[in-house]
Design a protein around this ligand. Structure first.
Ligand SMILES: *Cc1c(COP(=O)(O)O)cnc(C)c1O
Length: 353
């Protein structure tokens, strides 16, 4: 604390990102990055960009990238907003579309940036407990609210909410913005994007960090009715006109256009996940059903922090959340390559012996 700080800064509780260790040779399964590199077409697009002029500002409207995203989903560029990672897109959503008189609703176990943005933008919120099986029950969200936000699949549980349930939620909430954060949808879920034509209050958020292997490029987007998109553009143009640099725009557009590479890598991650789940279950772990590129697993009532520390001693990093108490036995494990997952299974077998 310092006398120079504003009261806003004093009150903040910032998000704590997963560790990015400086050590080499670690098996890094803690921040849900893709174990495979981005499409070779992305690398080509970046090289072309180096050859061109970095002297000039990038396109403030990211038109080519928004066109590529719209084309992928059969939508119009006016349905698409892009930002510097989906975290930035989410931040603008909190400020532009979720700040109303009533509190917003989100699950008690969910992406921990939601309470952080609520704090930053002074958005009131109410946490809705997941069921005993760590699922979202849509009936709990049928109550007065200033907006609704949740990841699907949820993080860090990996559990998927069926599209029919999302539609039931939208029908019950015609006057609230409903944000579905689909950071992990391409690992086995069905996207709510086709529902935006029918529900003008629906905003679907995606990232290129996970299924498209571009966490380092920082690109995310929101898809919805043009009125919702316009609200986000107004915030962006009051904050930073150029959130996506030339590399981000060119690389992300190339990633959206390489369908074959995307299909191949996401299927590989899903196949590795199924094998890892089977291996952990045979060791006696309980693993929640996952539709994401990570799993949430526990060994009986053993403390997840203790197992996480034991793995770390063997150069394997996974993520542990100590709050709320009912998730303390779990570890969140990112799906790596087959080889990395084998190393994890061997290490756990040794630890439990
Ligand atoms: C990873 C993640 C994001 C953020 O992704 P970036 O585009 O890298 O900022 C957003 N929401 C959820 C649920 C995530 O897991």
């Amino acid at each position: 604390m310092s006398k120079f700080w504003s009261t806003t800064v004093e009150r903040l509780t910032p998000y704590v990102p997963g560790e990015q260790p400086k050590l080499a040779n670690l098996v890094k399964l803690n921040t849900n990055e893709n174990p495979y590199g981005p499409s070779p077409r992305v690398l080509e697009a970046l090289q072309m960009e180096v050859a061109e002029s970095l002297r000039l500002y990038p396109d403030p409207d990211s038109e080519r990238l928004r066109g590529a995203i719209a084309e992928y989903y059969g939508l119009k560029p006016a349905n698409v907003f892009v930002g510097n990672g989906s975290d930035e897109v989410l931040a603008h959503i909190f400020q532009a579309l979720l700040k109303h008189d009533q509190p917003i609703l989100f699950p008690d176990i969910t992406y921990s940036f939601y309470p952080v943005y609520s704090g930053l933008y002074e958005v009131g919120y109410q946490r809705i407990p997941l069921t005993a099986s760590f699922e979202i029950d849509v009936s709990d969200y049928i109550q007065p609210n200033g907006g609704i936000i949740f990841p699907n699949p949820n993080a860090p549980t990996g559990r998927l909410l069926a599209l029919g349930e999302i539609e039931r939620l939208l029908q019950a909430n015609p006057d609230s913005v409903v944000v579905v954060d689909e950071a992990y949808i391409d690992f086995g879920g069905e996207s709510a994007i086709p529902l935006i034509e029918k529900y003008p209050q629906l905003l679907v958020v995606h990232t290129l960090s996970k299924a498209r292997s571009l966490a380092g490029l920082r690109v995310g987007y929101a898809v919805g009715h043009p009125d919702l998109i316009e609200a986000l553009v107004r915030v962006k143009d009051s904050f930073n006109s150029y959130p996506l640099d030339r590399f981000a725009q060119a690389g992300a557009a190339a990633a959206m256009e390489d369908h074959a590479y995307f299909e191949q890598t996401r299927r590989q991650v899903m196949a590795t996940r199924e094998k890892l789940v089977a291996d952990l279950e045979s060791l006696g772990f309980t693993v929640l059903p996952s539709s994401a590129n990570f799993i949430f697993a526990r060994y009986k009532e053993r403390d997840g922090a203790e197992l996480t520390a034991a793995l770390r001693e063997r150069s394997i990093i996974v993520r542990h959340f100590k709050n709320p108490a009912r998730i303390a036995p779990f570890m969140r494990i990112t799906i790596g390559t087959d080889e990395q997952c084998q190393q994890l299974v061997s290490a756990l077998r040794e630890i439990l012996r």
